[in-house]
Write a protein that binds this ligand. Structure first.
Ligand SMILES: [Zn+2]
Length: 104
């Protein structure tokens, strides 16, 4: 395990994280929690093509994977800050102008 020393000490909040944003067939945006890149890809894959036995998500028509703000991310992290609720719509507005990760 050489080379692992200290890696777990890294500040998790400062590491890159990603959110999966999906638009359902009603045009509503669904935001995931923060994930690592592989976690975000896995979550997106489940949304796009739910595996048998997985929790059933509603059908989506577009999926984006975006990097969260490293320091002050307005999207859901279980903290429910009022400031975040005000900042999130602007963040999402920019997200949906980006090239989608997947589109139906
Ligand atoms: Zn975030």
């Amino acid at each position: 395990m050489a080379g692992e020393t200290g890696r777990h000490r890294r500040d998790v909040a400062a590491a890159p994280h990603y959110h999966v944003i999906a638009e359902n067939q009603e045009g509503e945006l669904i935001c995931s929690d923060g994930f690592t890149w592989p976690g975000a890809q896995g979550f997106a894959a489940d949304l796009i093509s739910p595996p048998a036995g997985a929790p059933v998500y509603e059908p989506v028509q577009t999926v984006w994977i975006v990097q969260g703000e490293p320091l002050r991310c307005p999207l859901a992290h279980g903290d429910n800050l009022p400031d975040d609720e005000q900042a999130a719509p602007g963040f999402l507005e920019r997200v949906v102008q980006q090239q989608p990760y997947w589109s139906a």
